[in-house]
Design a protein around this ligand. Structure first.
Ligand code: FE2
Ligand code: FE2
Length: 264
């Protein structure tokens, strides 16, 4: 990434919001690397191949984290302590011990992360901001199908009781993530220009897209919330083309140089 030219913001307000935005991204990457490497260690004795996949995946999040530290400095900022909501969210996530719960939360976090990056990319013109967002958008587009694969592997060993448990976790996390823009908008809206309802709706839609068209994941989004936000699940179900979670989508996204970084 070329970080020679200074980023020019419309005002101090926008610059501060950009620092908040990339700080939130930094925390997501930090959590990603920690969880992925912890899982790699846990899996090493039983499934060395899968453990290696987790290690590489964690390394990529580590690389993003490193890029974000440099990028924050380039914007004239640094890594800041987390806010209250973020602290609470990551503390809860950090407490999860069951493999399937961690993987589910991870998949959902990856989905909303890549949605936010893609939507922001569609609203930003400044070249170095676009360069950073493009890297994140491109790589996270691969992390979603990758995590679907991990999740399906974990579900193969889950009992009916744990699937039931997972369904409850799924609804709780779904609601929490769809409400997250209420906390993030006052901080980053001046930079990413995304409104609360617009972002909540996009989270609900993209999470629905992952789980509605993926028959290997027996989890369905809370219908009342999805309907309330005006997301048409029937349309998602009938959509043409490969699902975002399909092997075809993963293969396409794995060839990073050829990825069409779609904006939203
Ligand atoms: Fe990442
Ligand atoms: Fe990721």
């Amino acid at each position: 990434m070329n970080l020679t030219d200074a980023v020019v913001f419309a005002g101090e307000n926008e610059r501060r919001a950009a620092l908040k935005f990339f700080n939130a991204a930094y925390r997501a990457e930090e959590s990603g690397i920690t969880q992925a490497h912890a899982l790699a260690e846990r899996l090493l004795p039983s499934d060395p191949e899968l453990a290696e996949a987790f290690r590489l995946y964690g390394d990529e999040e580590g690389w993003h984290r490193h890029l974000l530290i440099e990028f924050l400095a380039h914007l004239g900022g640094s890594v800041q302590p987390m806010g209250r909501v973020t602290t609470l969210l990551y503390r809860l996530y950090g407490r999860a011990e069951r493999m399937d719960t961690i993987l589910l939360a991870n998949l959902m976090f990856e989905t909303i992360g890549s949605t936010t990056y893609r939507m922001t990319l569609g609203r930003i013109d400044e070249p170095s901001l676009r360069a950073m967002l493009t890297i994140l958008t491109r790589d996270e587009a691969f992390h979603v199908p990758l995590n679907v694969h991990f999740m399906k592997r974990a579900l193969e060993q889950s009992s009916r009781g744990s699937v039931l448990r997972l369904r409850i976790v799924f609804v709780l996390v779904f609601v929490a993530l769809v409400c997250l823009p209420l906390a993030s908008r006052p901080k980053s809206r001046a930079f990413d220009r995304l409104d609360t309802l617009e972002l909540s709706r996009a989270y609900a839609r993209e999470l629905s897209r992952v789980f509605t068209r993926e028959s290997g994941l027996p989890l369905s989004p809370p219908a009342w919330l999805v309907a309330l936000l005006g997301v048409d699940r029937e349309r998602i179900r009938r959509a043409e083309g490969p699902a975002v979670t399909s092997i075809a989508a993963a293969e396409r996204a794995a060839e990073r140089e050829r990825v069409d970084v779609a904006e939203m």
